[in-house]
Design a protein around this ligand. Structure first.
Ligand code: SF4
Length: 248
């Protein structure tokens, strides 16, 4: 057991209902190299010093509320949790030894197909990955996040070839991702994967704006309206039709 490793944790939510199956203990890790224009957690970006937390401390906290999580488990999110991959691996390893369901919510941006050693270790202890594909188009992904989507798509393929159950997440943003050509392209990519268990298409919302104000950062999408629930439903249909080769 590695009791020495510590994690830089932003916060913990003991009763999460949207980040994986059942009711979940959700751990928000600090630090993210991406700068998604619609990010609603800009307070997790910095790698600054939060309280360093051990795996044991987190699992003790989980144990104290585990009655709520019978059909759930632990989800690690962020920020980008894989900035602290050694900590997440140790946490999931300990969690699996206690039969706790483990889910990782990630952008996949840190994956490197030429250097998978740490990922090979991590996936031994993962029950589910929630992979957020921000934009299927390479150039648009760069505009939206500041980074290429190559690692993200490589990570999806890697998870598929290792049979790790995958929930795909995608945010529908008016004028940015909400275009038929992109949604079809996304569906065309997803149909090459064999491990998808769910497709979570979420309408872009503007609830993060207050955090930007607090942090003194200008909100980048102030001219883009929130998407409607119906937009997300339509987008999901287009993606599913592309997956199943139907006419849109
Ligand atoms: S990857 Fe997540 S935490 Fe990082 S900037 Fe994008 S939305 Fe925000």
């Amino acid at each position: 057991m590695n009791n020495k490793i510590t994690g830089n944790i932003h916060s913990v939510e003991t009763f999460g209902t949207v980040d994986g199956p059942g009711i979940r203990f959700v751990i928000f890790m600090q630090g993210c190299p991406m700068r998604c224009l619609y990010c609603h957690n800009p307070d997790t970006w910095s790698f600054g010093n939060n309280k360093q937390t051990t795996v044991d401390e987190l699992l003790e906290k989980y144990e104290s509320v585990k009655e709520f999580h019978k059909n759930g488990g632990i989800t690690v999110t962020g920020g980008e949790p894989l900035c602290q991959i050694d900590f997440v691996t140790e946490l999931f390893k300990q969690a699996k030894s206690k039969n706790i369901h483990t889910a990782l919510d990630t952008s996949g941006i840190l994956f490197d197909e030429n250097n998978t050693g740490k990922f090979d270790e991590l996936i031994k202890y993962i029950d589910l990955v929630l992979l957020d594909i921000k934009h299927i188009d390479e150039a648009e992904h760069k505009k939206l996040t500041g980074h290429s989507n190559k690692n993200v798509l490589d990570f999806a393929k890697y998870l598929s070839s290792n049979n790790i159950p995958l929930w795909i997440r995608h945010v529908v943003v008016p004028d940015i991702t909400y275009k038929e050509e992109y949604l079809i392209k996304l569906g065309d990519f997803l149909k090459t994967l064999k491990n998808i268990k769910a497709l979570d298409i979420l309408p872009y919302h503007t609830m993060g704006i207050a955090k930007y104000k607090e942090l003194g950062i200008e909100y980048p999408l102030k001219n883009i309206p929130a998407a409607e629930k119906e937009d997300a439903i339509k987008a999901r249909d287009i993606i599913l039709n592309a997956i199943y080769n139907k006419q849109n």
